[in-house]
Design a protein around this ligand. Structure first.
Ligand SMILES: Cc1cc2nc3c(=O)[nH]c(=O)nc-3n(C[C@H](O)[C@H](O)[C@H](O)COP(=O)(O)OP(=O)(O)OC[C@H]3O[C@@H](n4cnc5c(N)ncnc54)[C@H](O)[C@@H]3O)c2cc1C
Length: 467
């Protein structure tokens, strides 16, 4: 092994060349089994492609399961019109059939009925379920859903099996296999050693865009701070909480309650949480603390934040248990097995979505998803829909690669609103279907027939503008 030390501050080694076993040759290789990867793998396989999915953990779902982030928001706009359906709706329906989903019923979408609004405000889920409708000058309820992450892990395994996706769990992809600017597969490490899967199309659904820089794709790293996407996160759940008792205490002694919350914050604990609305889980509360991060893929920063935030989770729990009525019998039910990431680098695609695209009235010709734009106050009233072009999933100057995750081609101002679970599932649905379609027609993913792709997506229940 050669050790080089040309620059005193940066020491590097040269690894010996080695042969790597090819363990599978697929049509489509999806890397990362979070919302983007799940959508991509299921839809590629259902569309006829021999599909492999490589996931570093032992479960699927990414942040939606292992990250303990289980709110699927913004499926409708403030007027109650549903924009996101397709595989997202299918997953909600399947979870519902297992008693593992909770959401406002259709007549409640867009309603300002006080009882319904208060259900979500009392659960402290305001931002995800309740928005101002400025025209009505009233708070209205959105169509958003909650899902049980443990049931979702199993349901996603079932969906993969039904679709015929070959899974490699506990497998960490380290680099793409390249031939010039063409991606030909990926190399991954696992307890079985270092292996390669070859594929005609590779889909990067790692969230962080792990394949981008090694494949030579251009990336955007800009995040204007403070920005929602410039954070790491450590989520945890506390259970056995008597919410009624806490509410009674707060109502009887509001100043004392506020004082305690301030003291908790001063001690570096987390005062803000959501209350569980899943069936039989009303006594569970969810903490989603965002921790500002300079670089969400820097292992030293990840280590520091994991250790420090775990300490803060315990400070929170011990303080609540000792001082706040309602928490006497509580305990930490679980901490997220994976550190949360709100965003990060994005690919430079054939089209980069910018702030002005959020104010578009007309769809793109290659629109493959439509999202409700609920986050921008009065601008959301004027522009309730965001159109996503297929080109924002296609890396510029690279062949055989699609991006279906929060690393889609976008400025941070766009990414911050549209990189959530339902959005990434939609990117996956579009990318997986496109990959299979391109292979079927013998063209590159860049040249896929857009009208035919849109037709397929509509047939899968995706809501797209009429052509
Ligand atoms: C604290 C917090 C709260 C949030 N709240 C919400 C919310 O309430 N609702 C919502 O919709 N969104 C929320 N989000 C955002 C949402 O969770 C993510 O944007 C979404 O999960 C992104 O999906 P993804 O598929 O791009 O990436 P991820 O969910 O990150 O999935 C990526 C997957 O790829 C795997 N992977 C990564 N690298 C590799 C590799 N090299 N090899 C193999 N596998 C790999 C990971 O293990 C993971 O399974 C929140 C995020 C955070 C951090």
């Amino acid at each position: 092994m050669n050790i080089m030390n040309n620059n005193l501050s940066v020491k590097s080694i040269t690894e010996p060349a080695r042969e790597t076993k090819v363990c599978y040759e697929a049509d489509v290789v999806v890397v990362g089994g979070g919302p983007g990867g799940v959508g991509a793998a299921i839809c590629a396989a259902r569309s006829g492609a021999d599909t492999v999915l490589i996931e570093r953990y032992g479960h699927l779902g990414g942040m939606a399961t292992g990250g303990l982030v289980n709110i699927i928001p913004n499926l409708s706009d403030i007027y109650g019109e549903q924009h996101i359906a397709g595989i997202v709706q299918e997953i909600i329906d399947r979870m519902d059939a297992r008693g593992a989903a909770s959401y406002p019923q259709k007549p409640e979408w867009g309603t300002f009925e006080r009882k319904v609004v208060d259900r979500y405000l009392n659960a402290r889920m305001g931002n995800f379920f309740v928005r101002d409708n400025m025209k009505l000058d009233k708070e209205v309820v959105l169509y958003s859903a909650l899902i049980d992450p443990e049931v979702l892990k199993d349901e996603l395994n079932d969906m993969m099996k039904e679709a015929g996706v070959k899974l490699y769990l506990h497998s960490w992809s380290t680099q793409p296999v390249m031939e010039g600017n063409q991606v030909k597969g990926v190399i991954f490490e696992s307890k079985s050693g270092r292996q390669a899967v070859l594929g005609k199309v590779v889909i990067d659904s790692t969230g962080d865009g792990d394949l981008l820089i090694p494949s030579g794709a251009e990336v955007i790293t800009e995040m204007k701070r403070p920005s929602r996407i410039a954070n790491l996160a450590f989520c945890f759940w506390i259970t056995n909480v008597d919410n009624e008792k806490e509410d009674e205490f707060k109502a009887a002694q509001p100043e004392k309650y506020d004082e305690l919350m301030k003291e908790l914050t001063d001690k570096r604990g987390f005062a803000r949480h959501f209350r569980g609305l899943l069936k039989d889980q009303e006594n569970v509360i969810w903490f989603h603390p965002h921790i500002p991060a300079e670089d969400q893929t820097d292992v030293e920063e990840m280590t520091r934040i994991d250790i420090d935030t775990r300490k803060r989770a315990l400070i929170t729990y011990e303080f609540l248990k000792n001082y706040v009525p309602g928490y006497e019998k509580s305990y930490i039910m679980q901490t997220a097995p994976q550190l949360g990431t709100t965003g990060g680098k994005r690919v430079v695609g054939d089209y980069v979505l910018t702030e002005k695209d959020m104010n578009r009235e007309e769809p793109f010709e290659d629109t493959v998803a439509v999202f409700a734009g609920n986050d921008r106050d009065e601008l959301s009233h004027r522009y309730p829909k965001m159109y996503i072009p297929y080109r924002s999933l296609v890396p510029k100057n690279i062949e055989g690669l699609l991006v279906a995750c929060r690393a889609f081609s976008s400025e941070d101002s766009v990414n911050t609103h549209f990189n959530l679970i339902p959005h990434c599932l939609c990117f996956g649905q579009a990318a997986g279907t496109a990959a299979a379609k391109a292979l079927d027609s013998g063209v590159s993913v860049r040249d896929v027939d857009i009208k035919a792709l849109q037709k397929d997506l509509r047939n899968q229940g995706v809501i797209l503008p009429s052509s």
